[in-house]
Design a binder for this molecule. Structure first.
Ligand code: SAH
Ligand code: SF4
Ligand code: F3S
Length: 474
């Protein structure tokens, strides 16, 4: 079945709240039959934006009467999927098989799938054919009508599928449930217009849409009033934020507005596309007391020839010039990156260029990925795909360099005292807590659970590769 009515703004929000009430009656009835509150479990497979979507799903599930758990034995399980690389898809199919077995033993169990993978026609066909036990499937564009879809699921026998090709809608003010009480992701924009030739995101997330600065500020103020001290502004390319708004505003200007929010202590953002990182942004970061000293600046490749084929729109020299400007203006900045090895046509000498770049930039960390062919992207139909063993060899060489340079880079603050936001009690040693420095590095130190959610000064005593052991200072 397909539900296609789209209403604008506040009217749609009100409509979804009425569906929340209706879904609640079904969940109440289920609770009476079970003699307990039904449980639900939302599993995130993808990036921070995917994780933020999961918080929205959890917010609605809690409102309609489910008890949230992290156990897939729950009465209702939702997989929020990712399709950026094929291994993400394979993980979903594997785990879904298990869920199907569990459902046979627990027939009232409900299973839903959503997220980026569901925006691919071939995936939906496969699910319909081989995974008929799934109750609800929806995509990335209609997540705001989750309450309505829940009602539809309770009222329908068999699989409910609702996938939209694209949307220009942004529906505000729906509930959400945060994983951490003290920090939160905030979507500032949705979709992507960049069409890097290897990437499926623009196809599954649609065109770029920015939220209004007023809506963003309002949401952050409400979060701060609710105890949040750190926000992460989220978008596939935050540096092009605001360009398509009726009253255009730059990302640097948005940051200046966010900075003014009283009670907010830390601001992070991701992801920055190197081609759009402005001098204004660097100056705003430099002046700011709240913007964290961390920039995730995906490189993808250090070879200008490969960057061109990737449609990244910068050269190796452009990237290096940008990094030296960043180092000059903000000397304590930590830079991290994403790199793909094995893009079609990549030769060992291109990998050498990437390795050289890693040495020059001195990343604090680099996420390295094996190129994964995504159907429908331009790179998938390029003829010069690289053989697996060649990719693997290049990948191993790169990984070794990344590990060596990152270790050296992370330890440069050894012996200093820096502020850390305590995020949790250490899961291996409960006498320790784990905090995050402004530059995103992790530090473990002696402390009790009451510190969680607080920013405290920590002496960085020992560096162990990617993290520190420290001592809290009075
Ligand atoms: N918008 C972000 C990245 C989103 S996807 C940006 O432009 O940087 C996260 C990372 O996944 C990318 O940076 C890229 O390194 C990797 N990635 C994307 N498509 C991929 C593919 N087909 N194969 C391997 N890695 C890929
Ligand atoms: Fe994908 Fe490129 Fe858009 Fe990032 S900027 S999401 S890599 S198309
Ligand atoms: Fe994956 Fe979608 Fe994010 S494809 S990386 S979950 S935008």
């Amino acid at each position: 079945m397909k539900i296609t009515d789209k209403l604008a703004g506040a009217e749609e929000t009100a409509r979804q709240y009425s569906y929340i009430e209706k879904a609640k009656t079904y969940v109440d009835e289920l609770a009476r039959n079970l003699g307990r509150k039904p449980s639900c479990c939302v599993i995130t497979f993808g990036c921070q934006m995917n994780a933020r979507d999961s918080e929205k799903l959890s917010g609605i599930l809690e409102k309609v009467g489910y008890k949230l758990t992290e156990n897939e034995n729950a009465d209702f399980v939702i997989y929020n999927t990712c399709t950026v690389r094929d291994n993400a898809n394979q993980r979903v199919y594997g785990r879904l098989g298990h869920l199907g077995t569990m459902k046979k033993k627990n027939p009232h169990k409900k299973i839903a799938l959503c997220g980026c993978m569901m925006q691919e026609g071939a995936v939906i066909e496969k699910l319909k054919k081989s995974y008929g036990f799934v109750d609800l499937i929806f995509g990335t564009h209609n997540i705001y009508k989750f309450a309505e879809l829940l009602v539809c699921m309770f009222e329908t026998k068999g699989m409910v599928v609702d996938i939209w090709e694209d949307t220009d809608q942004i529906v505000e003010d729906l509930p959400s449930e945060r994983k951490y009480p003290f920090k939160s992701g905030i979507n500032i924009m949705f979709g992507c217009n960049n069409f890097c030739s290897y990437c499926i995101v623009p196809y599954v997330r649609g065109r770029e849409r920015s939220r209004s600065p007023q809506d963003i500020i309002k949401e952050i103020k409400a979060l701060v009033a609710d105890g949040v001290i750190e926000v992460m502004l989220l978008g596939q390319n935050v540096n092009s934020y605001g360009k398509n708004l009726d009253e255009p505003i730059s990302f640097a200007q948005l940051l200046e507005e966010v900075e003014k929010i009283e009670g907010l202590e830390r601001i992070r953002f991701m992801t920055s596309h190197p081609k759009d990182l402005s001098d204004d942004l660097i100056q705003v970061m430099k002046k700011s007391t709240k913007i964290c000293r961390h920039l995730h600046l995906p490189l993808q490749s250090g070879s200008t020839r490969i960057l061109k084929a990737m449609n990244r729109k910068y050269t190796r020299e452009d990237y290096l010039a940008l990094v030296s400007k960043l180092h000059r203006e903000i000397p304590d900045l930590s830079i991290t990156t994403d790199i793909i090895v094995g893009f079609p046509g990549e030769e060992p000498c291109d990998v050498d260029d990437t390795i050289d770049m890693v040495r020059q930039v001195k990343y604090d960390n680099a996420f390295t990925f094996l190129y994964s062919k995504r159907t429908g992207t331009p790179a998938a139909s390029m003829e010069n795909q690289v053989p697996e063993e060649v990719v693997k060899e290049g990948f191993d060489r790169l990984l070794k360099t990344v590990q060596d340079t990152a270790r050296e880079q992370v330890q440069r603050f050894l012996g200093q005292t820096m502020d850390a936001l305590v995020e949790e009690v250490n899961d291996q040693d409960s006498s320790l807590v784990t905090g995050r420095l402004s530059n995103n590095t992790i530090v473990h130190f002696k402390g009790d659970p009451s510190l969680v959610g607080k920013i405290v000064p920590v002496y960085l005593k020992e560096c162990h590769g990617f993290y520190y052991l420290g001592e809290m200072q009075p």
